[in-house]
Write a protein that binds this ligand. Structure first.
Ligand code: SF4
Ligand code: SF4
Length: 162
């Protein structure tokens, strides 16, 4: 007997929950205002405005000469709380000064682990990094979420300190 009571009690609770949800839906259906209508994504992709401050993912800034400001100091790697960044550097001889200098080989960024905290951007002493506001980042293969942030063929700008 108690099983039957529990069964109908469960149905009653379910209907009550449904009614509570539908009350909210009904309210917004009849009181819809412009600012609370759900956006029809992805139909609105062309007109969608993503705020500038939105943190999509970490990128390295390159200028029109394919030059960046990263000297491979590893500050961003150390600042990252979850190991999303790995800096691989190289050493080359500067023919002008005769000194061996450190250059970035690969700035590896594991987007799949990144929490978009922005700490790496803030830690970079030469403002080499930024957050872009991309938002369509889903992929089927996790390995596609690992990026080398320094572009192929890029180099450090002349005026960046070692
Ligand atoms: S945004 Fe945060 S979590 Fe992502 S790479 Fe930078 S420091 Fe790491
Ligand atoms: S991105 Fe900035 S903090 Fe990271 S290695 Fe390059 S210069 Fe250093």
């Amino acid at each position: 007997m108690s099983t039957i009571i529990a069964y109908f009690k469960g149905i009653g609770q379910g209907l009550n929950t449904l009614w509570t949800g539908m009350k909210v839906t009904g309210y917004y259906f009849f009181h819809a205002r412009k600012e609370i209508i759900t956006m029809q994504y992805p139909d609105n992709r062309d007109t969608l405005k993503i705020p500038e401050r939105f943190r999509g993912r970490v990128v390295m800034l390159h200028d029109q000469n394919n030059e960046h400001a990263c000297n491979g100091c590893t500050m961003c790697e150390m600042a990252c709380p979850n190991g999303s960044i790995k800096i691989i550097t190289d050493k080359i001889l500067n023919p002008e000064t005769g000194k061996v200098v450190r250059i970035i080989d690969k700035h590896i960024y594991h987007f799949s682990m990144c929490t978009l905290c922005n700490l790496c951007v803030q830690a970079c002493p030469s403002n080499a990094l930024a957050m872009d506001n991309s938002y369509e980042n889903s992929v089927y293969d996790r390995s596609e979420l690992t990026f080398v942030l320094n572009q192929p063929g890029s180099k450090i700008r002349d005026n960046v300190k070692d």
